[in-house]
Design a protein. Sequence first.
Length: 63
Amino acid sequence: MKKKAFALRLDPAVHAAVERLAAAELRSANAQIEMLLREALEKRGIDVGVSKAPRRGRPAKED
């Protein structure tokens, strides 16, 4: 699954709190932020779902 990269500016205190929580839950700060966003969206009734994994292997031959 390809991830969308973008710059995120956070208050240093918020970033430190996310890093502490991520460390306690054995996640990266990035994975923790994604999880927190998903939880917040779900709480508001927004279904995000999961993106499709990319196709693997060689492309089909054209005739």
